[in-house]
Design a protein around this ligand. Structure first.
Ligand SMILES: [Zn+2]
Length: 386
């Protein structure tokens, strides 16, 4: 017995119908998944947010003796605002072998396949458990999965292997970069713009800091390259900037955002340390000579670790074999794989759909991709039985 694509399709239609845009609640979807699992006699464990508006769900199928294999995915989707869709994004529509809907590809298609496998998994004599690990707030910086990972080995079992189903066209992804985002806030002193020597220009000092970041970017381009990635270096970007109050006032406030996407093995905090040292040496003394209240705050607002698969766990050769692939891939998007691994659960990325369709208007997943995913999960179950 294997799960049928029509079951996966029906489940996907149900999942897509819940508008789980990251800033909204995902509880109705979690209620639905919990009820579906309960129909099959499976108990769910929720890891809710403090305000109760969102929750992760963890459920175990098969033996309840720890270890086992986890199927991990996020329930949230990116907004449809500003996008022109040919059909209602929250109604799954089938056309030409493709299923259209927000999240069909990223990544409710995988969740639907995992849920469609439940009766099949239950009917098997599994030697190790299968866990479902459904999270929230992935699209806003992989934040929702963290409290669930913190419970692994405590109130929840720690899986031996985690299969993250982000869209990879069922290719095997064993590495991605790690994004870190910072916010830099500068405070200067106001003065009439004709009397700049009485003021401290926050925008001018932001410019110096940005100049240093651009030098760092050039150095990164010229340093360690990893040809598995496109581009092959640790990237950096200034992403946002805002400052000043009027056209004739030396500006007091200025803030800017910057990010890096670090190659596995590169410590992104070296960039922060260098910028802080530059600020302390080249900006703050001059600023504070005129205005002691001047300040520069540099703080990371989000960090997802880069990911390179664990080579001891056997997860890479196993996944390659089950996926019928010869070689692994490295990608530029990020996932919860590195977080699971840092939590002691080796992870791999392999899921249906093409990342090129993720986040776009008329997002879709090929039905053939769901079929491939179900076949992959069936082979994984065979392996867990043997
Ligand atoms: Zn995703």
């Amino acid at each position: 017995m294997t799960a049928s694509p029509s079951t996966a399709k029906e489940l996907l239609a149900r999942l897509v119908a819940f508008d789980t845009t990251s800033h909204k609640t995902n509880i109705p979807l979690i209620d639905f998944v919990e009820a579906y699992l309960a129909e099959h006699g499976i108990e769910s464990h929720r890891v809710p947010t403090p305000d109760g508006l969102k929750a992760s769900l963890f459920a175990t199928i098969g033996p309840q003796d720890g270890g086992g294999l986890a199927l991990s995915g996020h329930t949230d989707v990116v907004p449809v605002a500003g996008q022109t869709w040919d059909s209602d994004p929250f109604t799954l529509v089938e056309r030409d072998g493709k299923l259209y809907g927000r999240g069909a590809c990223d990544m409710k298609g995988y969740l639907a396949c995992a849920l469609a496998m439940v009766p099949d998994l239950e009917a098997r004599k599994l030697k190790m458990p299968f866990h479902l690990a459904f999270s929230y707030d992935e699209e806003t910086g992989c934040t929702g999965v963290r409290p669930m990972i913190a419970e692994l080995g405590k109130t929840l079992p720690r899986p031996r292997m985690v299969f993250v189903g982000e869209p990879s066209r069922m290719g095997v992804v064993d590495a991605h970069k790690g994004p870190v985002r910072w916010r830099v806030e500068l405070t200067g002193r106001a003065a009439h713009s004709s009397m700049p020597h009485y003021g401290v220009n926050a925008i001018a000092h932001a410019g110096r800091l940005i100049g240093e970041l651009l030098r760092m970017e050039e150095e990164l381009k010229a340093s360690t390259l990893n040809p598995r990635f496109d581009p092959p270096w640790t990237t950096m970007q200034i992403t946002q900037i805002e400052g000043g109050t009027a056209s004739n006032v030396v500006p007091v406030p200025c803030w800017f955002g910057w990010e890096t996407r670090a190659l596995p093995g590169f410590d992104p905090m070296t960039l922060e340390r260098r910028l802080k040292a530059f600020a302390a040496e080249h900006c703050l003394p001059e600023m504070r000579r005129i205005a002691p209240e001047s300040d520069i705050k540099i703080a990371a607002t989000n960090r997802v670790p880069a990911y390179a698969a664990d080579t001891q766990s056997g997860i890479v050769p196993l996944t390659l074999k089950l996926a019928g692939q010869n070689e692994t891939l490295a990608v530029s998007y990020c996932t919860e794989a590195g977080l699971f691994q840092d939590g002691g659960a080796p992870a791999i990325i392999c899921g249906p759909g093409d990342i090129a369709q993720a986040h776009t208007a008329n997002e879709f997943v090929h039905i053939a991709e769901l079929e491939k995913c179900l076949a992959f999960l069936g082979r994984l179950a065979d392996w867990a039985e043997s």
